[in-house]
Design a protein around this ligand. Structure first.
Ligand code: TMP
Length: 254
């Protein structure tokens, strides 16, 4: 089979040309990075788990009417997605103070926020993804005010839905990052959820113990990174079938 054309390679994923026009194949790597690539490493089996977790969550969101780029999972590490024009803004929704908001405002980690807070960051690695206001987004033309309004409302719906879904499996959704894209159909355009939703871009804490079950374990050298991602997948009931070199198979009982 002819080698597929690589369209884009990011820190955790690669995008290849898809089988039909308007589609792409999103390949999930085990590579991990933090602090704008200052720290890099490998989380064994992460790509397989994130492929499954993101598939599961995107399909659940589609069921409540959130449009997404996800089409279907192709194999252990790849999913077919619709090609979208990515809006260069990362949307972070926070329920509990953690990470950069703690440093920015001097809040203790774990402090519940008075209400969910939506923040915007400009996607620009060379500038360290700066926090921006709606004014910057619309004035610089990264999105229109109407698009941003839709993005904000969709993000809050995603937050409400995922918060509820995760509570049922004993996980607190502390915060997460979303990306959106424009999906064109002739002259019509829709805003759709893109990228991925996984422990790479969410903070997930055990509801009872507050133990971290996300990429903060890698960022802060807490150990047990692979196990944390596996536990999220296990609780969601989606631990993937094993494949050589990807994940350990089920333990054989003696
Ligand atoms: P922060 O506390 O570092 O600003 O991160 C907030 C949330 O957004 C956290 O769940 C991690 C996620 N995030 C990404 O997925 N990519 C990024 O580049 C950044 C800065 C945060």
């Amino acid at each position: 089979m002819a080698r597929r054309r690589r369209i884009y390679e990011g820190k955790a994923k690669v995008l290849f040309e898809g089988p039909e026009p308007g589609t792409l194949v999103q390949y999930f790597k085990d590579d991990a990075s933090a602090f704008n690539n200052a720290k890099t490493g490998t989380i064994t089996g992460k790509g397989v788990l994130n492929n499954r977790i993101s598939e599961y969550l995107m399909l659940k969101l589609a069921e409540i009417g959130i449009p997404t780029h996800f089409v279907r999972r192709l194999n252990m590490r790849e999913q077919l997605i619709r090609e979208v024009e990515i809006i260069p803004v990362e949307i972070v929704v926070r329920n509990v103070a953690a990470g950069s908001i703690c440093e920015r405002f001097g809040i203790a980690e774990g402090t519940p926020l008075p209400r969910s807070i939506v923040e915007y960051y400009y996607k620009a690695d060379d500038l360290n993804d700066p926090l921006v206001a709606e004014e910057h987004i619309t004035a610089f033309g990264w999105s229109t005010p109407q698009e941003l309004d839709e993005i904000m409302h969709m993000s809050l719906r995603v937050n409400d839905f995922l918060t509820g879904l995760l509570v049922t499996v004993g996980i607190r959704l502390v915060d997460f990052k979303l990306e959106y894209g424009r999906l064109w159909n002739n002259d019509e355009m829709r805003i759709v959820l893109a990228d991925e939703i996984s422990p790479d871009n969410c903070r997930l804490w055990d509801l009872k113990t507050n133990e971290k079950m996300d990429k903060d374990r890698f960022r802060r050298d807490l150990g047990g990174v692979e196990e944390a991602y596996q536990e999220v997948a296990r609780r969601l009931g989606i631990l993937p079938e094993s494949a050589p070199g990807d994940l350990k198979g089920p333990a054989v009982m003696q």
